[in-house]
Design a protein around this ligand. Structure first.
Ligand code: NAD
Length: 264
């Protein structure tokens, strides 16, 4: 790589396996010389995350369940034992009851609404506050969102409501931390077959629809997202904050089914 992230240290949250968007981002950052720490959710995931981290030269792993304030505190205490400061964080975490990622949004339960908002929205704010305290010389933060925040997409339901709140929180955090030289952005990724996405009803149909109707006539990959993350987290993105940047083959600009798209 060109060394765009040389001497930069950062935390990657949300790596589950080699299909994770966090993996595409981690590889792109490591390729440019970044030094990475990884947080994983629960011991079961450790055995998956450890070898992936090792592949890109990291042995810095810490457990963190973002629904638990004490667990987030413990994560940042662990980071502080090894690093005085950090330069960036990546938040690639979302969760909702998959029984409610199909059917009608109107049936969303209060319990699942609150849990979805807690894990998928509040966690970014909770993490951002602690990360900012470790960024005395400025830094950059990134989260992941989806077009279901802006428009109704099939089965996305409460997760769409949560992503709308996440995108709003990106704007408020960008203002809060901007005067400290900390930038806060989101990538709105097109659909990608990952563990989390597999919980969404009719994912295969959604992937095919996006492939046939997006301007680029293909789906995006974890690597596509990784390269755009590199831009936003490196000095290439130095003038950009509070932004929701679409990495979706242009799907968000489309108003109608493409004339050349076959029926699916
Ligand atoms: P993934 O399953 O690989 O990653 C989701 C991660 O969230 C996992 O690592 C999981 O351990 C973590 N997580 C869930 N609950 C947690 C908790 N309580 N504490 C800590 N970690 C927790 O799937 P992904 O698709 O790579 O998802 C990453 C992000 O990208 C999510 O925010 C998702 O909404 C977003 N996104 C995904 C797509 C897509 O189509 N895959 C599109 C746009 C945005």
């Amino acid at each position: 790589g060109m060394g765009l992230m040389k001497g930069r240290r950062g935390l990657i949250m949300g790596l589950a396996n080699d299909k994770s968007i966090a993996w595409g981002i981690a590889k792109a950052l490591a390729d440019q010389g970044a030094e990475l720490a990884f947080s994983y959710q629960g011991e079961a995931l450790k055995k998956r995350v450890e070898p992936l981290a090792a592949q890109i030269g990291s042995d810095f792993l810490a457990e963190c369940d973002v629904s638990d304030e004490a667990s987030i505190d413990a994560l940042f205490q662990t980071i502080a034992t090894r690093w005085d400061s950090i330069d960036f964080i990546v938040h690639a975490i979302g969760f909702s009851d998959k029984d409610q990622l199909r059917g009608r949004y109107a049936e969303t339960t209060r319990d699942n609404f609150l849990m979805t908002m807690d894990i998928s929205v509040y966690s970014f704010t909770a993490v951002a506050r602690r990360a900012a305290a470790m960024m005395p010389a400025g830094g950059a933060m990134l989260t992941l969102t989806y077009y279901g925040a802006e428009r109704v997409m099939p089965h996305y339901n409460v997760m769409g409501v949560a992503k709308a709140a996440l995108e709003a929180s990106v704007r408020y955090l960008a203002e809060d931390f901007g005067k400290d030289g900390i930038r806060v952005n989101a990538i709105s990724a097109g659909p990608i077959k990952t563990l989390a996405a597999s919980g969404i009803g009719d994912l295969r149909y959604i992937l095919k629809w996006n492939e046939l109707n997006s301007p680029l006539r293909r789906n995006v990959s974890q690597e596509d997202v990784g390269k755009s993350a590199l831009y936003l987290l490196s000095d290439l993105g130095s003038g950009v904050t509070g932004e929701t940047h679409h990495v979706d083959s242009g799907y968000h600009i489309v108003g109608m089914k493409a004339v050349d798209a076959p029926d699916i």
